[in-house]
Design a protein around this ligand. Structure first.
Ligand code: BGP
Length: 464
């Protein structure tokens, strides 16, 4: 069987500024929370490798964009670092060296007929703003909007696809529940305030973008993790799964697409003294400024069952896990090289959910991919990584994307995570995801993997 995709389908990959660019003396980059956290607590980072050791996109972007072309990209998503673009994130003063850099990247992409998809926030709060509470602080919302407006003014003549956030639930989980991100707190109520301010910041940036009359569109990128109950016939399991879906997915999906927060989550927050501070004016902004399109990141599903263990009492207060238990399904298919579940049909279920319950909003797969630890063991005699497992992973997911399209889904592209192997937060270089290998010990030398050549044929044929 052949799998043919709609005309003008976006084929490409995703990355982010903080994971690829690096920090370079002399270019006036401000510290982000990652630069600071690595200095303060390097032991938290895998092999003590920090955000200064990236794939060097800052110096090698020309070579990288040529390699994107060689691997069939017609589009590429990255982010503009707030802490690089703004010489002073408090006053909005712009760093001209950074403007020149981002201009060159955008122009180089366009010259190669690669559509730039630009995201404005990928977990990288400027440190001076985190010192004021980061997303906990309502003032930071306005400073973000100022940053977003500056980006639209500087680059909006050429960038036609904008995104307000990548995976905004992750700073909530990472920074306020589970200790993967600075400020490394356990405080669900503060996390929900963060969630609310991220949603508000997104709506306000969308309002500004639309008011500027630029020829483009703006959306948000969400990691939508389809959530399955242990037993679909068991009411308590179904309720637990609905809670997980509500907290981790719908808290962002509903306001982004429909303009309001999910009623069940609002009731839950009220019942547990977790309501954020809101204003009528801000809620009106959220209701009036929904997204034009949606990026969907999909790696693995969540599985939930009714709470069986006793509700823990801990000094830091409640966690989402106090309202469900994780269901560790036996015999699930696992990625043997990283430990995440592989459930290809989850991508289809998510797309069909968007079709049926979210007005079939225009969307694209903005991240999907397979992280592999110790990938150098698959290098062949010619020096190429033979990542057949990745080809299989992407193929199997694309088949389900294709199926969703047959059934009317409005999905318009597929971006793999990621183009070049890159630095990943606390995991640093533990898991490699790229179409292209990066040799960290050899001046970050790039070598296309087997999957990169394969992806070129998929893109050239608009299918497989
Ligand atoms: C996504 C993030 C990416 C990237 C990816 C892989 O959630 O948007 O920034 O980090 O996950 O993550 P990891 O390296 O932890 O496997």
């Amino acid at each position: 069987m052949t799998y043919q995709f709609p005309e003008n389908f976006w084929w490409g990959s995703a990355a982010s500024g903080p994971q690829t660019e690096g920090v370079f003396a002399g270019d006036n980059k401000e510290q982000s929370i990652w630069d600071f956290w690595y200095d303060a607590a390097p032991q938290k980072f895998f092999n003590q490798v920090g955000p200064d050791k990236t794939s060097q996109f800052y110096q090698k972007y020309k070579e990288d964009i040529a390699l994107m072309k060689a691997t069939g990209h017609n589009s590429f998503r990255t982010s503009i670092q707030w802490s690089r673009l703004m010489a002073n994130p408090l006053t909005g003063e712009v760093n001209q060296t950074a403007v020149a850099f981002y201009n060159q990247v955008i122009d180089e992409l366009i010259a190669h007929h690669i559509e730039p998809f630009i995201n404005l926030y990928h977990f990288d709060m400027p440190l001076v703003l985190q010192a004021k509470g980061g997303w906990e602080n309502r003032d930071v919302v306005e400073l973000y909007v100022q940053f977003a407006k500056t980006c639209f003014e500087l680059f909006g003549d050429r960038v036609k696809k904008w995104f307000t956030h990548n995976e905004p639930i992750v700073p909530v989980e990472g920074g306020y529940l589970y200790g993967w991100h600075y400020p490394d707190k356990v405080n669900l109520k503060a996390g929900i305030q963060v969630l609310y301010h991220e949603v508000l910041a997104s709506a306000k940036a969308i309002a500004v973008y639309h008011s500027m009359g630029l020829a483009g569109e703006i959306g948000i990128i969400l990691n939508l993790t389809p959530t399955y109950p242990r037993d679909a016939q068991n009411e308590a399991d179904v309720k637990a799964a609905a809670f997980v879906d509500g907290f981790f997915n719908r808290s962002f999906l509903e306001p982004s697409v429909k303009g309001y927060f999910p009623a069940d989550m609002v009731a839950w927050a009220k019942g547990n003294d977790l309501m954020p501070q809101t204003t009528t004016e801000d809620l009106a902004v959220i209701s009036e400024n929904t997204v034009d399109l949606l990026g969907v990141n999909y790696y693995q599903p969540r599985r939930a069952k009714a709470k069986e263990s006793v509700l823990e009492s801990r000094p830091e207060g409640l966690l989402p896990e106090d309202f469900y238990d994780v269901y560790d399904m036996p015999d699930k298919k696992m990625n043997p090289y990283r430990g995440w579940e592989i459930y290809e049909k989850g991508i289809y279920d998510t797309l069909i959910n968007l079709k049926e319950n979210y007005g079939n909003i225009r969307c694209f797969i903005s991240e999907n991919g397979m992280g592999v630890e110790g990938e150098e063991r698959f290098v062949n005699a010619q020096g190429m990584i033979e990542d057949d497992y990745r080809i299989e992973f992407v193929t199997d997911h694309l088949k389900w994307v294709h199926q969703a399209i047959q059934e009317g889904s409005n999905v318009q592209g597929y971006h793999m995570w990621t183009c070049m192997d890159n630095w990943s937060w606390l995991n640093a270089y533990k898991n490699r995801y790229g179409f292209i290998a990066v040799d960290l010990d050899n001046d970050a030398k790039r070598t296309i993997k087997k999957s990169g050549y394969w992806f070129k044929t998929v893109s050239d044929n608009n299918g497989f």
